[in-house]
Write a protein that binds this ligand. Sequence first.
Ligand code: OGA
Ligand code: NI
Length: 371
Amino acid sequence: MACSDRLSQLKAFDDTKAGVKGLVDAGVAAVPPIFHHPPDPHAAPVPPIFHHPPDPHAAPASAIPVVDLAAAANDRAGLVAQVRAAAETLGFFQVVNHGVPAELLAETLASVKRFNEEPAEAKRPYYSRDPARRVRYQSNFDLFHAPAASWRDTLFLELPAPEEEIPPACRGAVPEYAREARGLGARLLELLSEALGLHARYLEHDAGCLDGGGVAVGCHYYPPCPEPHLTLGTAKHSDPSFLTVLLQDGVGGLQVLVGGRWVDVPPVPGALVVNIGDLLQLVSNDRFKSVEHRVVATSPAAAARVSAACFFRTTGAAASTRAYGPITTLKPPRYRSVTMAEFLGYYKGKGLDGRSALDRFRLPSSDDPCI
Ligand code: OGA
Ligand code: NI
């Protein structure tokens, strides 16, 4: 497709302000070319010589650990060890007994679904790419930057935001969920601080990982897709945060890149998914891993998928003044310092193009033969 052609198709799609849901409602039977992703090099099937007969006794296994936070009461060291192992390798784990009420989680997912399933006219006033607006409904934050668009719409909230700016469907549950998730994020940062051998308040207070007091929430809606093999719900990326807490519904589709293969993060009722973001990989000087993940497009027969991701990062004035670099005791530093504003500006301008934003801030290594 010629460049100018692609740009005019992106623009025409964006101008509908109705997102992917609008395409689906209009009955598209084929995925438009702007959403076509190149074939994925990691998606190669396992060769038949490695196939084992299915084991009838096997429990549905997942590589992604499920960590019971209630265990903290009597085995803090064991809990820290579990969190450390996950943060240093997979960069992902799920948590149960996290203290966020199940009804609030259910209501959050229902609210996001309700908003997205309102008529296009009700959603259109919220559709915006203006970064000055704290609440923005949009399809693909990187629509005009990424190599391919993804089969997903998002209501993005930078909280706290004035209540009247939040769509009525999401006013109650979503800000409350974000507040609760922030409390959980702070507890997880304590465990991660201890996992680095530091005092529990280090990452939040000394390193300033939650400075500014805000939280950014991406409320995603993945409509069923007529040709899911041609596109993705979210392209491969790592997160622009210190830490992300994600609530997903029961549909599934989130995958993590583990040893060159995509591994499912299966929905676990009541659980929240936690992952290390790019900024914590930087601050921990590569001790913790910000691992690439993606969402496959929802199959045509499935219900729409809904998720709500809370990104913990510096907000407000602190985002442009505080510089983050590797913790000084973790030598030698592998990254230069960066402000949240500079990091986010680079991340957003680049879009989800399959490359890590962290590479931009990495210092040349002393064992690099080129220097
Ligand atoms: C994200 C993300 C996954 C999902 O918002 O960064 O990876 O399941 N979301 O929606
Ligand atoms: Ni992500």
